[in-house]
Design a protein around this ligand. Sequence first.
Ligand SMILES: [Zn+2]
Ligand SMILES: [Zn+2]
Ligand SMILES: [Zn+2]
Length: 382
Amino acid sequence: MKLTVDLSALHRAVAPLGKVVTHFNISSRSTELESIGSHLTKGLILGKDIQLDQIDGSDGILNYDGHQVMLYIPDQGNNIQNVLSNGKEKWAKRVHVAECKTIIGMREKGRFNDRYDVINRIDGFFPVFGIESHSKQEINGEAELAVCQNCLTLINHNNFPLLSWGDKTVFIQNFLYSKFFESYSSYFKALPKSTAGFQSAGYTSDWPSISSKIRLELDYTCEQCGVNLINESKLLHVHHINGNKANNNRDNLRGLCADCHKKQPHHGHLYVSNEDILKINRLRREQHKFDVFDYNNLREYADTALDGLLQKCESMRLPGAELGVVINDKNNMIAIDLCWPRRKVAVLINMSNAKALRVHGWNVLTVFEALNNFDLFQAQVR
Ligand SMILES: [Zn+2]
Ligand SMILES: [Zn+2]
Ligand SMILES: [Zn+2]
């Protein structure tokens, strides 16, 4: 059965968000971006250093020129002492990571009453200030601020809206900005500086030869998912199981594709581009590595940026989606992150191929569009 669905209402609904930053073309501006990146770890003032319309929320997660950013109010008023001792207390200001109703409200009104800072520091500490009520002295410091719950709800992060009140509190207490950023790294051109590449040290001098020997022995096949990467050999890594890079015994080493490697414990900081994940899933599919597409498999093999949507689909019992589907558009192969082929519904992380897919009769949505117009979306998929 072919189902024709009118998506225009959906597109109208998301249109006001705009797509300020589209896709990254950074070659000529790399130095400039480098310096913007380092400023972002200290914080820039919204409306002064950065304008709100330069921050793109159309993928859900806030994006400034390819960088993941957060928005928060540094001025904690006369509550400053409490916030410094416990940044997650009731009256402390929250940190926005996504296009929640606070941000949408600021965009609609075209103004905001408080000073907001834009930052991409990911250690969980944020510069704050305020006036101490007795001495009337200005106090500056760094506080461990909590993430905004509306933001997590909006992107269905870890099925947050379905948690009980108590579990939500625990989740917020244990929330790590670094891990959050790692899950959505496919929307960005890199991970924030402080996590990217911090594991590069510790290899022995003979590591290059040990690693290439193992990769050759394995014929470039991932020991976890079984994908063969002989034609994409850079995507087969060798992983140290116990984390000790000086221990190069064969039983401590495992040949893993970049995707399986990134998903090992404590490896979220390993940056794997969306393009490479698409490549790996295409090969897994061509090589029949997917037996079935149940939600366990989907969540294991999909880009982690899709996880919120997949959890929502699973809890709403939507029919299973597929990974690794590629469409031939005049010999240009278009890889789809997640799709329901019988319904011709495709979810893309990078929307640059959306137009071409629509010409082929596909309904194409971003993860954020699917989540925020879920009723319309599920009507298309069922
Ligand atoms: Zn928020
Ligand atoms: Zn693998
Ligand atoms: Zn590893």
